[in-house]
Design a protein around this ligand. Structure first.
Ligand code: 16G
Ligand code: ZN
Length: 539
């Protein structure tokens, strides 16, 4: 089919597209056009990067089943570089205006970037379990097929982090054609086995129930458990794994539901002191929780608790290797991080903490730029740990130099090396993060309650306010202060001054047409009151 015929078949006119925090996301019925143009963008990006594999993931993460979305993955597994986001937006909105507009926008871009569209493009694609996935994939593939010299690896159903990992693996492999989905399981199971064997972990200190949000993570984590062997198989089980009942996706379950409602998901019968976790719809996000044995209350172990657990283990290992001064370790958070966690990391763990804007790409960038070991997590459970090339070289050399006679140091070095591989460094990954947390708790022999003891969350409240135009809410200082509308920040400051240990900020959502209000304070009543009063100022 010609370019125009493909366009006519898949594109509709009239919708305005915006590249949000994590790509395009909307009701599936308006997405065919943007899928088509995202196929084109991925091809251009791959050619621009000298035929490296570029990934395209079709997912709407924790959003409702009828939504969908698309995001582009860079060759080494990062999210699309930010200066290409306007290109993606431009092509989508041109296609939405008409074929001629799309054609001329494409020409303008290829001319400006000197892209020869006859060169080879290499693309990986995958989708989550949504009903609209196959149709939108067809639109995406049509966009790709506008170009003649393309190699596509279609992984079909994957979690988002699997696609990030496999895209990176393909680009690093000398024989890309042999890279299959199994590379993901082989890698993480091997690292898990080596790390837990090194520490003689023969059983977990709890049973872990995984709530899979009825999303694609269910099928993939089951596959991993089945292949992993007895330690995991005997201590892990899954609930909410109905991937093929589309309307159940994220319904009363999943990481977003648990974090927002601070309660157990559907189909989970909690037992005291056992551990639970929830993935989101595309398994790039995980939160843990448990019920205590005294009051049978729900306790959330969110992204902040994950970050502190992992940062503490890594700091201890660095110390045991005598490398604390050679390799710098830091934690990256967003404004949503609970104030107690920030205080614990800087005052008790004595680890530097930085704060960035919301969205994985911002945290990732900050971690890469500042630290040899950068632990980054959003409170909602998105995050990972990244390790610099200096880390890799330093550990390699130290391992060679450390004779087996210094057994403790050798073991700590090896632990660091294995740990860096057990974590999916390309992007936050619910499955890999879960393995890293479970390994840490098993090595340190910690029960959920022990993990939870490190600090106590300040009571907090997150609310959403619908406003006529969220774009007037412009913030600075990693979204902690507003510069517009004028005068609003002063009013927030005045309110905050009235409550002990309090903090509040307002920011425009990057994924929804709304403004979010966050408040924390010494008591739940005060946090709610503060959030309500700040919310009233926003309306
Ligand atoms: C996206 C981001 C997530 C962030 C959320 C904030 C990625 C992969 N996802 O889902 O990290 O927490 O947006 O949503 O970056 P908001 O702007 O609506 O508050
Ligand atoms: Zn997600």
């Amino acid at each position: 089919m010609s370019f125009q015929e493909l366009y006519n078949k898949h594109c509709k006119q009239g919708h305005h597209y915006t590249y949000g925090t994590a790509g395009f996301r909307a009701h599936n019925s308006v997405l065919d056009t943007v899928m088509f143009t995202t196929g084109i963008v991925a091809v251009l990006r791959s050619i621009y990067l000298k035929s490296k594999f570029v990934g395209v993931m079709i997912t709407a993460s924790h959003n409702p089943p009828e939504d969908n979305g698309v995001k582009i993955v860079e060759p080494h597994g990062e999210m699309l570089v930010q200066n290409w986001e306007p290109i993606a937006t431009k092509l989508a909105n041109s296609a939405s205006a008409g074929f001629t507009q799309l054609e001329s926008a494409l020409k303008a871009i290829t001319d400006e970037l000197h892209i020869d569209t006859t060169q080879l493009a290499c693309i990986t694609v995958a989708r989550d379990s949504r009903e609209s996935g196959p149709r939108l994939l067809a639109a995406l593939r049509a966009g790709i097929s506008v170009f003649s010299n393309v190699k596509i690896v279609d992984f079909e159903l994957l979690t988002t982090p699997q696609l990030h990992f496999l895209t990176h693996t393909l680009n690093s492999s000398s024989s890309p054609s042999t890279v299959k989905e199994s590379a993901y399981y082989d890698h993480f199971i091997s690292m898990w086995n080596q790390l837990t064997q090194l520490h003689h972990v023969t059983e977990l200190p709890f049973h872990l129930t995984i709530d899979c949000a009825n999303g694609i993570g269910a099928d993939k984590v089951k596959e991993l458990i089945a292949q992993a062997g007895s330690v995991l198989a005997s201590s892990l089980s899954t609930v909410n794994g109905k991937t093929d009942t589309f309307q159940l996706l994220n319904e009363s379950c999943g990481a977003d539901f648990v974090k927002t409602n601070q309660t157990f998901p559907a189909n989970c019968s909690p037992e005291p002191s056992q551990l639970y976790c929830s993935f989101d719809g595309d398994a790039d996000r995980v939160v843990f929780y448990y019920m205590d044995d005294k009051e049978n209350k729900f306790h959330l172990l969110d992204g902040d608790k994950i970050a502190t657990l992992l940062a503490k283990l890594l700091a201890d290992l660095l110390h045991q290797c005598g490398l604390s001064d050679t390799l710098n370790l830091g934690v990256v958070q967003t404004a949503y991080a609970n104030g107690s966690s920030t205080k614990y990391i800087s005052d008790d763990l004595k680890i530097p903490v930085s704060c960035t804007k919301t969205g994985v790409k911002h945290l990732h960038h900050e971690a890469v730029s500042n630290y040899d070991i950068g632990v980054y997590f959003e409170a909602n459970g998105h995050g990972t740990v990244i390790f610099s090339s200096k880390f890799v070289e330093t550990i390699d050399i130290a391992l060679q130099e450390t004779s087996k006679t210094n057994k403790n140091k050798h073991e700590s070095l090896l632990s660091l090396q294995l740990f860096s591989q057990l974590i999916n460094q390309t992007v936050g990954d619910a499955i890999s993060d879960m393995l890293a947390v479970v390994a840490t708790l098993s090595i340190l022999k910690l029960k959920p309650e022990d993990w939870d003891q490190c600090y106590h969350d300040l009571p907090n409240r997150l609310t959403k306010v619908i406003v006529p135009d969220r774009s007037v809410f412009v913030s600075t200082n990693a979204e902690r202060q507003l510069v517009s509308p004028e005068g609003l920040q002063a009013k927030i400051d005045e309110l905050v001054a009235k409550y002990p240990k309090s903090r509040s900020f307002v920011r425009a959502s990057g994924t929804e047409d709304a403004v979010r209000v966050y408040a924390e304070a010494d008591t739940t009543e005060n946090a709610i009151e503060l959030a309500t009063k700040v919310g009233e100022q926003v309306k």
